[in-house]
Design a protein around this ligand. Structure first.
Ligand SMILES: NC(=O)c1ccc[n+]([C@@H]2O[C@H](COP(=O)([O-])OP(=O)(O)OC[C@H]3O[C@@H](n4cnc5c(N)ncnc54)[C@H](O)[C@@H]3O)[C@@H](O)[C@H]2O)c1
Length: 323
């Protein structure tokens, strides 16, 4: 059995990864999460409810900004790998709380890299974001494209995280794989993200805020595909530092996304048109040839099927919440 540390393991993506690793039966999984109130912590507690019963699961309620607390956790177990997903996520709130984003996403990441170095952790997988590409106009976005013009504090902190990973890999030979996730969705998606927020508002008969004219485009990635990419990155050994896009490599206009949701929910969306928000990028579109080559990544879920499955989950959980 190998020890693995998942930071942010009570969150949306982290809880799916934990589920996958526990199902394999060959990992002792430690999760660090601070259950902060960026969204309702009760959702995070529900995400891990089934994990808690597994003897190979250990929960550490801790803040990655708290170095002395992290030290205690690293003293207890020798980790083979760290998958670092804990972060202040979300672009728009980063404009109002840039210091909190920097403290968590930069200083918190540095705390983990430092402890990984001290404890000779061989593998560090970092959850980065497509937002680092800023207003890149060259599509699809390739890992070789420059990322020097982020347009939100969140994007800048994710770029900084990648730079720190490179530094630690270069100086200490720690293998770092930075995965740039492109808008992830699926069961347990964060309630602040468009698909989940829209589904909730449409169901409640409320207007959905649409920023811009509905022509912004996103490469939406189904969570199972992201997890398969993260899983192979844990085993990746062919070089010491890589940045790899994980997307679906298909770009969907916001208007098209809303139509798909209307169809699956069988309800009409009322739209509250709003001006474009500062920090939002006009488009994302992943070139995934590197992920295919290095990780054997092969995303399976097209947006139509993914939205169908998301709505199934959404309606099932809503129903059980009401009972
Ligand atoms: N969901 C997406 O579309 C998406 C896209 C690109 C990148 N990402 C990145 O993937 C990672 C996971 O995102 P998610 O959507 O699952 O978000 P999430 O908010 O559901 O999960 C993040 C988890 O980290 C925890 N956390 C935050 N700050 C912490 C701290 N200081 N100490 C300990 N734990 C802390 C939170 O409580 C939460 O459970 C994040 O790093 C995010 O930036 C997500």
């Amino acid at each position: 059995m190998k020890n693995i540390l998942i930071t942010g393991g009570a969150g949306f993506i982290g809880s799916h990864l934990v589920e996958r690793l526990l199902a394999e039966g060959t990992w002792r999984v430690t999760v660090i999460d601070d259950f902060n109130d960026f969204y309702d912590p009760a959702i995070k507690h529900a995400n891990i409810r089934l994990h808690l019963a597994n003897p190979n699961y250990r929960l550490e309620t801790a803040d990655i900004r708290d170095l002395s607390r992290l030290k205690e956790i690293f003293e207890r177990s020798a980790f083979y790998c760290i998958v670092h997903l804990a972060a202040r996520a979300g672009v728009r709130p980063s404009l109002t709380q840039p210091l909190l984003y920097a403290e968590t996403n930069i200083n918190g990441s540095l705390n983990l890299l430092e402890l990984a170095r001290e404890h000779n952790v061989r593998q560090f997988v970092f959850g980065s974001s497509s937002s680092v590409y800023g207003e890149n106009t060259k599509v699809p976005f390739s890992e070789d494209d420059p990322i020097f013009h982020p347009i939100s504090p969140y994007a800048a902190t994710k770029g900084a995280g990648e730079l720190l990973c490179h530094t630690y890999s270069h100086l200490y030979g720690m293998r770092c794989v930075c995965l740039r996730f492109f808008t992830v969705y699926g069961a347990r998606q964060r309630p602040d993200l468009a698909i989940h927020k829209f589904a909730r508002l449409i169901t409640e008969g409320k207007a959905i805020p649409v920023f811009g004219d509905g022509t912004t485009r996103r490469d939406y990635t189904y969570v199972d595909d992201i997890i398969s990419g993260v899983r192979t990155a844990i085993d990746y050994v062919d070089s010491d530092y890589e940045v790899i896009n994980l997307g679906e490599s298909r770009t969907v206009e916001l208007r098209e996304l809303i139509s798909l949701l209307e169809k699956e929910l069988d309800q009409h969306a009322v739209i509250d048109w709003q001006p474009l928000q500062p920090g939002d990028v006009p488009q994302t579109f992943a070139d995934i040839s590197k992920a295919k080559r290095l990780l054997g990544y092969n995303p399976q879920t097209q947006i139509e099927e993914g939205i169908h499955r998301f709505v199934e989950w959404f309606q099932r959980t809503r129903l059980s919440d009401e009972l």
